[in-house]
Design a protein around this ligand. Structure first.
Ligand code: PLP
Length: 385
């Protein structure tokens, strides 16, 4: 084992920023009341949740009545898809894409068992990007709900959500976007994006794990999926996780304040890796859009390589990366997102995702690319031996 440890998996999760941790800390053991309690301890906790909601509403440019706290973005996505459907029984048409996060794909798959629900998949370009033109072709039967990911976790592509939102204004369709990957880099003003629902997860922007945010322009279009004590206006009952909610708001404020500077710092490093790897490793292909791309996100498909072996070899050298999908050791299924945008099964099995973050330096990336070149050569030589 080497001493090196370089974390290049920021799309999977990020460390909690120390400023966020400091803001959360008092709410574990000093202000520990239940915000629903009437006594002073409860009121202090309630004030913290109210302040967090106001801060987030200010950042997104909406009213506090549109902000809901959940346990994760997986829950936010499920609540939108299932909650909208529950609100509109009878025939229901959903338009989405083949490259959504599993927390959208899986509820859609389940809902397809309902004969009244029709699912249409939006055509995507080679980079996995939805276009307003492709959307136009799907409007013969206007969907009730459109769900399109903003920044793709696996292939890094940024979708033109503003244009999609503008296009949909003429239709009764509601628009949801999973914006989890974009909070560190793109402004999230919901009126600019023209979305009706937006999902976020604090642990993707240097906040704590286990807290999600849901923006719902008109919450009355959403039935609750959980039933209980009526918290969050009944849209999402369950005792508020006060420290995590405080952490989510603090982290979102920092991430959005720093989004332009982080974009400026990381995108040249991203492009540098892409250029070197494509030039120096034969059989390496960039996945996703080369230009409309998250500033921290690099993803490849390698010929004649197995993702899991590559990840294990890189980990031994001290580099933490990902294959980009939920594909785990022992689960050699190729990514359905890569297959859907035209990669062969063989190439899709050689996926590698490198995602940079606040702690990433140019020096680390130089060492990383040198190691990657060496590891790829070694693994391929073994394969043909
Ligand atoms: C991580 C992620 C999620 C899930 O977020 P959790 O809070 O971990 O459930 C959803 N969508 C995208 C795009 C993600 O990257």
């Amino acid at each position: 084992m080497t001493e090196t440890f370089v974390y290049l998996d920021h799309s999977a999760t990020t460390p909690v920023d120390e400023r966020v941790f400091a803001a959360m800390k008092p709410y574990f053991s000093e202000v520990y009341g239940n915000p629903s309690s009437l006594h002073r301890q409860g009121q202090l906790a309630e004030a913290a949740v109210d302040n967090a909601r106001e801060l987030i509403a200010g950042i997104l440019g909406c009213g506090t009545e549109s902000i809901f706290f959940t346990a994760c973005a997986t829950e936010s996505n499920n609540l939108v898809l299932q909650g909208c459907r529950l609100h509109s029984p009878g025939r229901y048409h959903i338009l989405s894409t083949a490259v959504e996060h599993a927390s959208v794909i899986e509820p859609l798959r389940m809902m397809q068992a309902d004969a009244d629900i029709e699912l249409t998949l939006l055509p995507l370009d080679k980079g996995g990007k939805a276009t307003a033109a492709g959307l136009e072709g799907c409007m013969g039967d206007p969907p009730d709900l459109v769900s399109v990911i903003y920044g793709n976790n696996e292939i890094g592509t940024i979708n033109p959500i503003t244009q999609i939102g503008a296009f949909l204004r003429e239709y009764p369709s509601l628009l949801h976007t999973d914006a989890v990957q974009t909070a560190n880099f793109l402004k999230l003003r919901v009126d600019d994006l023209q979305v009706d629902f937006l999902s976020l997860s604090a642990h993707k922007f240097y906040g704590p794990k286990g807290v999600g945010i849901l923006y719902a322009r008109d919450p009355s279009t959403l039935e609750p999926v959980l039933l209980g004590g009526g918290q969050e206006s009944g849209v999402r009952p369950g005792t508020h996780n006060v420290p995590l909610i405080v952490g989510a708001a603090t982290a979102l404020k920092l991430a959005q304040d720093e989004c332009h500077s982080e974009t400026g710092r990381l995108s040249p490093m991203r492009d540098w890796i892409i250029e070197r790897v494509i030039a120096e490793i034969p059989g390496a292909y960039l996945t996703g859009d080369p230009v409309e791309r998250l500033p921290h996100h690099v993803s490849f498909a390698f010929a004649d390589l197995d993702s899991n072996e590559l990840l294990a070899a890189l980990d031994l050298q001290g580099f933490a990366c990902s294959s980009g999908s939920a594909c785990k050791v022992g689960d050699p299924e190729p990514s359905s997102a890569l297959l859907s945008i035209g990669f062969t099964e063989e190439l899709a099995k050689g996926a590698l995702r490198i995602t940079l973050g606040r702690g990433t330096t140019k020096k680390q990336l130089g060492e990383f690319v040198d190691t990657l070149i060496e590891v790829v050569e070694r693994l391929r030589a073994r394969e043909t031996a």
